[in-house]
Structure formats: structure tokens, C-alpha cells
Design a protein. Structure first.
Length: 590
């Protein structure tokens, strides 16, 4: 087995658990997780009453944990959830003086009473004395060592714990404030969530996504983490920083907390959920704390700024009382590589992001593309992007599948962000398909972004039929069943040059009423067919209309008052993004 550090033996223990193979399946590259026979000794939750004192550990700079003092102020039975008590604590010591109190990133900081693990710091009070906080009891956290991956969560966790009068008075005595001036509730500590590569506009959009997801995080810009190739042989220890990593590389994305306890190759942390999704898979990494940013106002709370370091393994449980990771086992990874060229600046770059959190793959992959486009375009504004990508993976049977696609995008305001959404939608459709569970393993993108306006506008549409045989601009065209509609489209490019396209569309013989003829650009999300299997879905996505397609679409009703409609399209690809549209009413005469 891999070597263990000799120091801080108080912070390191062992636990028996043999289900990791069931979670990850056989892998010749992944060593078996070390079994353990002695779980950490825990301090009885029922004895965590007023006056009990202990020591806590967390990292405030670098990677080495520092000690702080902890005093129990009281216990709120079932305060976090049924069967999970809330322990009110006060922290003190030199590092607490430096940080101003409990900060975001302390989540999971282990607290020992004597030689027993009492719990993990997980809650705080904001707009109040930030040396007062809350602790998740150790016993329920240690139970996570034995969770099988198929166990689901239970009650909804309390992100806010309301104090009773007894605990509120205890907090008032400890802080020296009047009980009426203290908040009524303790709040789950936010995780510092760092993201690299995105500018302010990108960070704002990520913040909106996080708000919709209900995640309790403190967002900040972090440095790029190295691409994962193997796991380190040096395991995490309690009190060290623990990072749950969504992605590495250009777009590094990680939540930072603290490791609470270890057992064999398993490590617990946070003292509260991350996404609270039960069995999960994301990167388990260490972190280097640059600084704890205190909050002099004592309103919002301080937080740790850290950078992700070496890969340790997989974070594979996300539960009510905390998270659990396993050392030495590689997480499921998806590689996103984009090569972007900017002819305006004679600039190009190849960027790589490796995604470890699969549920957000579509989102992270799209923003990884945005990161590279923004660097190469070196501005936010108008322009044209031309992209081609290949998405590949494995289906349930292990067979390889591939989707190849290209398109063009134009925006007068923000071309790079406008260009990422088709890839987003296609990855979403693949991941959420109704046919089978599939794995996306690799995404390769090649493209160009330029300030040039590569657009062609629909300027004039002329139509004719047997009943109105002269090509002319018309708002309404009369046709006979079985007729052929002739269409002439005049196009104009940004530089003033023009071109002409011709279409012929047949009216069905059983046409009975009316309809319309649309001349428009292609819409990649439109489809007239429903896929019958996964390969059919891939074919549908690959063959969807493009933004550079000029489309003539005829729709007519087949019977009066019926919903039965006939639809036919003809497509003429252009060398620019098509803009504008025209619509002509069709009147069927019998």
C-alpha cells in the first residue's frame, strides 16, 4: 500500500469497507481500495454539552493544518435533520484572531475531544460574532465510511438551523452580546468555489447557474489546476484542505473544504453536502490555501482562497453529513480540446479542459470552449465564429459512437458566448437521451473567430405557380393541388455583393385548404422527425439545419379544419450566416 505520513497520527485512522469495486467496476489501472478494520473513535454526541472543550484543525495558509480551540455551548437535538443533532460551538486561538472567525472553507475541519473525533465545523453565524458556529457530530459522518453507492439520501438537509432560547442565551454569553442582537439561526458554511479562465461576464453567468442550483458557495477566481494523469501516492490527512473538483485545466472548477477523517483509502470531509446527490463522481484533490480573507464587517463572513493541487482520487459520496472520497481511484474523465484561430490578430491557441463531474458536462464543456475563444478573440463584441466538433464516447455495450457537426454563428454584441449554445444543446441531448446511458469521453473542437461580419441577408423573395406564373414579390400565392411553386431569393452580403438562389417545391395533390411558405435561415434545434434509437438521435443531431443554411419550407393543410399538414423543405448552404426571413401565405384553389 502507499506510504502514509508519519506525523499527526492523531488525525489518521482506518475503516473496513469493500464496496469500491461495485461502484467503479473493474479497472486494470485502479488499485484496490485499502480495507480498514478500525473506524475513528468518536466522542458520544449526547455528551457534547456546555463546557466540553476540544481542538479543531484547518489550513489557513499552504497545506499544513493549524490548530484552534473549540468550546461546546450546547446541543440542539435533530437540529440539522431527524437523527442528526446540531452542536453549537465557540472557536478561539491565534488563527481565529487572524481569520476573524469561522470562514467559508472551514467546512469539514475536524474537532477532537481528547483523542476522539467529536465532529466537523460546518455552520456559522453571519452579521454577528463569527467565532460562534455549528458542528456536525462525528458519529453520523463516520457512518459514511460504510455507505454502499446505491444508498440514496434521506431528509432534506437544514442549510439553516434555528436556535432555541437555551442555545441562543449560551451564544450570547459566549459572545458578550445581548441575545436579542444575535441572529436566530446558524447558516451552513458556504464552500469557496474557485473557477479559472472565465472573465467577469462568464463568472456572472456561472453565478446565475449556481443560484438556480441552490448551491451554497462563495465564488472566486482561482488559478488553473494541472491536467490529471494519475493519482498521488501521498494521501490526504484530516485537517488538510480537500477539493471536490468538477474540472481541471483551462476551466478549473472546484469547491474547497477540509478533510475531517481518514480510514484506509477513504476520506471524509465538509460536514455537509456539496450537491447532495448521493452516489457521485468528481475529482478528489488537495488544495493550497493562499489566504483566508477575513470579513471586518462581520456581516458576510470570511472565506479561503485556494488553488487545486494534485489529484488524489474520486469523490464518490455526497451525503447529508458530508462527502466521502477514495484515494487512488481515477474519476470518470472527459477531455475537451479546442483549437481556435483568429485571422484578425494572426493568433491561435489550443486549450484543454478535463471534466470530472459528468452531470454538468454539457455546461462545463461549453464554457471551456468560451474560455479559449475569449482568449483568442481578445475582445467581447461583434463578429463571426465558425466551429466544427467531434463528440465521441461509448454506449452501454461498450461500442464506440461518434457525432460530427459544424456550424457558423454571428452576433452584433457577443459572438463568442453566442457560439457555445449549439454544442451545449447537443451534449444535453446526448446525456439526457431516453434510449440508453452513454458515456462522453472526448470532445474535439476546431474553429475560427473573427470580427468580420460573415452574414448574408434575405433581401427579396419572388414566387410563382401555375395560377400566378410570373415570378414576383407577393404576400399571398394561389396554387392548385399538385402544383409546383417556383421561388427566387435575392441575397445581399455585408460588403454589398449579391447572389440568387432558386427553389422548387411541390404542392401535394391532396392539399385542401391553405398554408404558408417560409424563406429563412436554418435552425439547428428544429427537427421534423423523432429518433427511434440512440444512433437515430446522433444522425438527427448531425443532420440538423445550420445557421448558414438558406431554407425554403412549405406547409399546407391536407383537409379543411384538419391538423394534418404537409411539410417540405429545400436547403441551399451558404458561405455565411443567413439573416432575415420572408413569409408568403399559400391559398389552395380547387
Amino acid at each position: 500500500m502507499r506510504g502514509r505520513r508519519t506525523g499527526r497520527r492523531l488525525l489518521s485512522t482506518a475503516l473496513a469497507f469493500g464496496l469500491i469495486a461495485a461502484l467503479f467496476g473493474p479497472s486494470p489501472a485502479a488499485p484496490a481500495a485499502e480495507a480498514c478494520s478500525e473506524p475513528p473513535r468518536t466522542y458520544p454526541t449526547a455528551k457534547l454539552d456546555y463546557g466540553v472543550r476540544g481542538d479543531g484543525w484547518t489550513v489557513v495558509r499552504g497545506t499544513e493544518p493549524s490548530r484552534f480551540r473549540v468550546k461546546v455551548l450546547g446541543r440542539l437535538k435533530d437540529g440539522i435533520a431527524p437523527g442528526l443533532d446540531f452542536i453549537l460551538i465557540k472557536v478561539s486561538g491565534k488563527i481565529i484572531q487572524d481569520t476573524g472567525g469561522i470562514a467559508a472553507g472551514f467546512s469539514g475541519s475536524p474537532v477532537y475531544v481528547g483523542r476522539r473525533l467529536a465532529g466537523a465545523v460546518s455552520y456559522g453565524f453571519f452579521a454577528s460574532d463569527q467565532t460562534i458556529g455549528g458542528m456536525t457530530p462525528a458519529r453520523q459522518m463516520v457512518e459514511l465510511f460504510g455507505y454502499p453507492s446505491s444508498v440514496d439520501g434521506g431528509y432534506a438537509p437544514a442549510t439553516r438551523v434555528r436556535l432555541n432560547d437555551r442555545l441562543k442565551k449560551a451564544a450570547a454569553r459566549a459572545s458578550g452580546e445581548a441575545a436579542s442582537d444575535l441572529p436566530d439561526s446558524a447558516v451552513q458554511l458556504p464552500l469557496p468555489m474557485g473557477i479559472s479562465g472565465l472573465n467577469a461576464r462568464g463568472m456572472e453567468k456561472v453565478q446565475k447557474r449556481i443560484n438556480k442550483s441552490g448551491l451554497n458557495v462563495e465564488l472566486y477566481k482561482m488559478g488553473r489546476a494541472p491536467l490529471p494523469s494519475k493519482t498521488t501516492a501521498e494521501p490526504l490527512q484530516p485537517g488538510e484542505s480537500l477539493a471536490g473538483v468538477l474540472s481541471y485545466g483551462d476551466l478549473t472548477w472546484a469547491g474547497i473544504g477540509t478533510a475531517t477523517a481518514t480510514c484506509g483509502d477513504f476520506v471524509l470531509g465538509f460536514g455537509h453536502p456539496f450537491f447532495w446527490e448521493g452516489a457521485t463522481s468528481m475529482g478528489l484533490s488537495g488544495a493550497n490555501v493562499l489566504k483566508v480573507i477575513p470579513d471586518p464587517s462581520q456581516i458576510f463572513g470570511g472565506f479561503k482562497i485556494a488553488e487545486v493541487t494534485e489529484l488524489h482520487g474520486t469523490l464518490e459520496q455526497d451525503r447529508l453529513a458530508g462527502v466521502r472520497g477514495v484515494e487512488g481511484v481515477m474519476p470518470l474523465l472527459t477531455r475537451v480540446r479546442s483549437h481556435i484561430v483568429n485571422p484578425d490578430l494572426a493568433k491561435e491557441r489550443t486549450g484543454t479542459t478535463v471534466i470530472a463531474y459528468q452531470p454538468w458536462l454539457y455546461y462545463i464543456a461549453s464554457f471551456a470552449l468560451l474560455v479559449n475563444e475569449d482568449v483568442v478573440h481578445d475582445r467581447i463584441g461583434d463578429g463571426t465564429a465558425t466551429l466544427a466538433w467531434t463528440i465521441s464516447g461509448r454506449d452501454e455495450s461498450g461500442d464506440r459512437w461518434t457525432l460530427t457537426r459544424d456550424d457558423m454563428y454571428f452576433s452584433e454584441w457577443d459572438v463568442t458566448i453566442y457560439s457555445i449554445f449549439e454544442l451545449w444543446d447537443q451534449l444535453w441531448a446526448i446525456q439526457r437521451n431516453r434510449f440508453q446511458d452513454v458515456r462522453v469521453k472526448d470532445i474535439q473542437i476546431d474553429g475560427e473567430v473573427t470580427q468580420e461580419h460573415k452574414v448574408v441577408d434575405i433581401r427579396k423573395v419572388e414566387v410563382a405557380s401555375s395560377l400566378q406564373p410570373d415570378l414576383a414579390e407577393r404576400r399571398r400565392l394561389k396554387v392548385a393541388p399538385g402544383d409546383t411553386i417556383e421561388v427566387r431569393v435575392r441575397l445581399r452580403y455585408e460588403d454589398g455583393t449579391t447572389s440568387v438562389e432558386h427553389f422548387s417545391l411541390d404542392v401535394p395533390k391532396d392539399a385542401r385548404c391553405c398554408g404558408d411558405l417560409s424563406i429563412r435561415r436554418g435552425y439547428y434545434w428544429r427537427s421534423n422527425e423523432k429518433a427511434g434509437n440512440f444512433q437515430g438521435l446522433l444522425d438527427q443531431l448531425a443532420g440538423a439545419e445550420h445557421n448558414y443554411d438558406l431554407v425554403a419550407e412549405l406547409e399546407v393543410e391536407l383537409r379543411d379544419g384538419s391538423r394534418d399538414r404537409y411539410s417540405a423543405t429545400e436547403v441551399a448552404p451558404q458561405d455565411a450566416v443567413v439573416t432575415g426571413s420572408k413569409r408568403i401565405d399559400i391559398e389552395v384553389e380547387r
